[in-house]
Structures are given as C-alpha cells and as structure tokens.
Design a binder for this molecule. Structure first.
Ligand SMILES: Nc1ncnc2c1ncn2[C@@H]1O[C@H](COP(=O)(O)OP(=O)(O)OP(=O)(O)O)[C@@H](O)[C@H]1O
Ligand SMILES: [Mg+2]
Ligand SMILES: [Zn+2]
Length: 509
C-alpha cells in the first residue's frame, strides 16, 4: 500500500515541509530509504521496528518497503523524522488506517520503547507546510511552543501508541490546549538602586537599553563595571510580539526552550566567557550549532574583560554588529541566522587597571599599554556607540548611603522611549533606533540648522567616520526619545557625542 504524511526540516531558523512517502509491496523483505537522508535518519528504521513491537504492534518485515523523502534534492537531517516515518510505514503495511495522514504534519523522535522525545526547532517546524496540512501532531513536551508557532488543530502525544490513536481520530477532536504561556524565569540580576555613583555609566546604560545601542564600560578594578552590566536585564524594554517570536525560534532551534514552556518572556542576556571558541560565539554548520551572537538576538551580548577575548574571535563580531545576522557556510550547507543584539563590553583601561585613576598611579610601560589597547580591533570599537569611563569611586560615594533610582523607575522610562520608537518606525519593522539603516537614519534623526553645524564641527575635530556619524545620530534620537521630545535638540546631540568618546577621560595618566 502507498501512504504519505508530512514533516519538516530546519534550515537555520526557517523550516521547510518534507513529504514522507511509503510504499509496501511484494518483494525481498527490506526497508529502502531514499531522498537524501542523513545517518541519523537511516538509523531510524531499527528504532521504529523496536518501538512498534514494544508498543504492542505485531510488525514483521515481510515486504519490500520503500520510504522516500520529498523534495529529493534537499538534505534531511535530525531525529525528528522517526515518528512521521513510523506512522507512514505502519499504515503502509496495513497495521493502521491511512485516513487523513496525507494532510497531517508530524514531528518527533522515538525511543526504543516507543516513548516520544522532544524535538528541536518545533516552533519553526510547525509553521511549514501551510496550505498542505490541516493538523499537526508534536511530542507533549513541545506542545506549548507548537501552539505558539501555528494556529492549526493540534495534538500532543507522549508515546507512539498515543500518536497512532490520534491519527485515527477526527480532526475536530485535535484541540490540544497549550499550558499557559509561562516562560523561563529570569535570573534575578542586581538592582540599580545598589549602584553607587557612576552617573555617566548609569546614564549610558539607560540609553543603551532604550535604543539598543552598543556600550563599552572602561574603568579600574572594582569600580562596578560588571555590576552595572548585570543590572541591564532589569531595565530592558519588554519584547514586542514579533521580537519574542524571533528570539524564541532561535532558542527552540538550539534546543534551549525549556520543555513545556512556550516562548521566552524576556530578552536574552548572554554572557560568554573570554575563552569561548569562534564556533561557540558565532555558530557553526556542525550539527548545526547556534552561536552566542544568535542566542543574544533581540537581547544583550555581554563580553566582560573584553581584551581577554582572542582578537580573531572579536573580529568575527563585525558582520553581526553591522548586519544583524551571521552567515555560516560549511560544505554544501549555508546558514543565515539572525543576530541583532546589543553589545555590552567591559574592560580595564590598561593591564594594571589604574590608568586615569586620580588617586593611584598606572605602572604599565607605555608599550604594554599600547599592546593592551590593540587587542580590541578598531572596526569593532567603531561599532560601539557609547564608550564611557567608570572611574574608581571617591570615598564619599563609597561610604555614603546609596542614593540612586531603582531599576523599576529606569525600566519605565526605557519602555516608554522604546514605544515611541516603535510607533515612529511603523511598518518598517524596525524595533529600536539602533536598527535604523541608511536613508532611514537621515529621515528619522533630522537635525536643526544649529545642530547640523555642531555636528559638522565635531566631524572635523574628531575625524568621525561616516559610520560614527550615523551612530551618533541614532544615539541622539534615543536621548530625545527618553526625554519624550520629537525633535533632537542641541543638548541631545552634545550628549551623544560626549558618550561616544567618554572613555577617553581615562586615556591619560
Ligand atoms: N559603583 C558601585 N556601587 C556599589 N557597589 C559597587 C560599585 N562598584 C563596585 N561595587 C562593589 O564591588 C564589587 C565588585 O564590582 P565589579 O565586579 O562590578 O567591579 P569591576 O569594575 O567589574 O571590576 P574588574 O575590573 O575587576 O572586573 C561589586 O559586586 C559591588 O559589591
Ligand atoms: Mg568586572
Ligand atoms: Zn596601568
């Protein structure tokens, strides 16, 4: 008998529908698998036979069975093919009715005992095959993300038996309700209320959160750089629906959406260690592996102790910082993954960390200072909009009561500023000022005559590159948004210029 059922494969975070055809006929008893399956899919056959027998289905190989995966020129990989192949095969040999299979999409990996294991990327996978399928079945663990990713009738199963019993039921009964959308609890970061002093760095942190601008904190040991960066998750603006879906899809593909949870409910904050490999940071075509730059999509990538990262690794940040995506190619595979994140980095001004400290003395030889500064490539620095000094705290700040605003108050301003940006960018789909490109920047960040002249003089004085000017304009726009102003005034522009070069306060001794 001939049967078919639908499943899907991932290509990056996108998915493509795959039809599983199965034909059982008289001939030498054997299962033949065609249509570019990888090794994991080829190994599915013995798993399926074992799972079927242990589920009480009397399957024995007495026919020639051909399983074909369409489209035939697309490489298929992964273990989520187990269940669709099992369903098509059991129907083809007559152990199950085949009704409705041809318009059903199924994903899931089988254990030898017939248990269904969760699959990676279900959030994307369930969106494939629109128009071709009427209903979708997923492992129970993936139900919440499946519900978030498609609007078709849905069923969830924990075992092969359960999955087969769903196949026999009328689609009107496929009404699985996902558990309420509860996301991953956020790591409780520190609150800005506990940060003493550091007025300029706090301000820069707020601007970075509001507009999505990259930020570098430079200061002596113990001045609060790591503390400040760790406060960021507490003030980031809430996700828009589109951003939440985008970020969650990446986590789903990486297998990092905890089971039974639907979507991420706050922006990711990724803080990889300086020893991270290139593949770990950027991603790789192997298996494929999603890098930190993509896991940070629509959130924050925090690189603490920036000079300790290998320079070639940092160089690789240029593309994601500029384009908001990474291209990974390996052999025939080309992956294009979104990676639009806010970069927060922290470093000491010199190897001893005392450069620019008014009360202590830097003892680093000039050559070592220069070598230290050179570890961070110019093109990467050029993409960091806000570069501020975090000087050692003076004694009065250290001893007095902390007298600062808490994170909730700052978060409120940030959220308002982000709403203003979203409303202004409208249908373009841009979320934050930092995402604006090319002609959009001139249109959205318009300057008055006087402001234009000031910027012109700054370009000459600081020899700002075209890219720097664009970035200064976007930061000025965010500063105006935080103040609730539609036009950018001189003070906004001046502050943006100052924050771009603020760390230079530490460059002297
Ligand atoms: N501005 C500050 N306000 C309140 N506490 C602070 C401040 N700066 C430092 N501290 C205290 O000192 C600890 C160390 O600070 P933190 O780790 O942020 O320093 P750092 O600038 O990252 O230093 P390093 O350059 O050595 O990494 C913090 O956990 C906090 O308890
Ligand atoms: Mg630190
Ligand atoms: Zn020094």
């Amino acid at each position: 008998m001939y049967t078919q059922v639908w499943t899907a494969v991932l290509a990056g975070v996108e998915s493509q529908a795959v039809r599983v055809e199965c034909h059982a006929a008289q001939g030498l008893p054997k299962v033949v698998l065609t249509g570019l399956p990888d090794k994991a899919i080829q190994e599915a056959v013995p798993r399926i036979f074992s799972a079927a027998r242990l589920s009480g289905l009397p399957i024995s190989l007495s026919q020639r069975i051909v399983v074909n995966l369409v489209p035939g020129d697309l490489r298929k990989s992964g273990t989520a093919f187990d269940l669709p192949i099992a369903i098509a095969l059991l129907a083809a040999v007559g152990l199950r009715p085949a009704d409705g299979l041809a318009r059903t999409l199924v994903v899931g990996e089988l254990g030898l005992d017939g248990r269904l294991e969760p699959a990676r990327g279900v959030l994307s996978l369930v969106g494939a095959g629109s128009g071709e399928v009427d209903r979708v079945l997923v492992p129970t663990e993936n139900l919440a993300e499946a519900r978030a990713g498609c609007s078709l009738p849905l069923a969830a199963a924990s075992t092969l038996r359960e999955a087969l019993s769903w196949m026999g039921r009328d689609t009107r009964e496929w009404q699985a309700e996902a558990p309420p959308l509860c996301g991953v609890p956020r790591e409780a970061g520190p609150d800005l209320a506990f940060v003493r002093g550091q007025r300029q760095a706090r301000r820069a942190l707020e601007i970075a959160a509001a507009g999505g601008h990259n930020l570098l904190l430079v200061g002596s040991p113990g001045s609060g750089k790591t503390l400040l960066a760790r406060c960021l998750p507490g003030i980031l603006p809430p996700f828009s629906d589109a951003e939440r879906l985008e970020a969650s899809r990446i986590h789903s593909v990486a297998g990092l959406l905890p089971s039974r949870h639907g979507l991420l409910n706050h922006r990711p904050f990724r803080a990889p260690h300086a020893t991270i490999s290139d593949a770990g940071l950027i991603g790789s075509g192997r298996s494929p592996h999603v890098g930190e730059v993509s896991l940070a999509h629509r959130g924050v990538l925090f690189l603490d102790e920036l000079p300790q990262f290998r320079r070639p690794t940092l160089e690789q940040l240029r593309q994601p910082l500029e384009d908001g995506r990474v291209l990974i190619s390996r052999a025939a595979l080309r992956l294009d993954l979104p990676s639009r994140f806010t970069l927060i980095a922290a470093m000491n001004p010199c190897p001893c960390g005392m450069l620019g400290d008014p009360r202590r003395h830097c003892r680093c030889p000039e050559l070592e200072r220069r070598r230290y500064a050179e570890r961070i490539s110019g093109p990467v620095l050029d993409r960091i909009d806000l570069q501020v000094a975090v000087p050692a705290l003076p004694p009065e700040d250290l001893l007095g009561a902390p007298n600062s605003e808490d994170s909730a108050a700052v978060a409120e301003r940030v959220a308002q500023a982000r709403l203003r940006q979203r409303a202004r960018h409208g249908a373009s789909g841009r979320e934050a000022n930092a995402d604006l490109e090319g002609s959009e920047i001139r249109a959205v960040c318009r300057l008055g005559e006087e402001e234009g002249q000031v910027l012109g003089r700054a370009i000459q004085r600081e020899s700002l590159s075209g890219r720097s000017v664009d970035r200064v304009l976007k930061v000025a726009r965010t500063i105006a948004d935080l103040a609730g102003r539609e036009e950018i005034v001189l003070g906004d522009l001046a502050e943006a210029l100052l924050l771009r070069t603020g760390r230079q306060g530490l460059a002297r001794d």
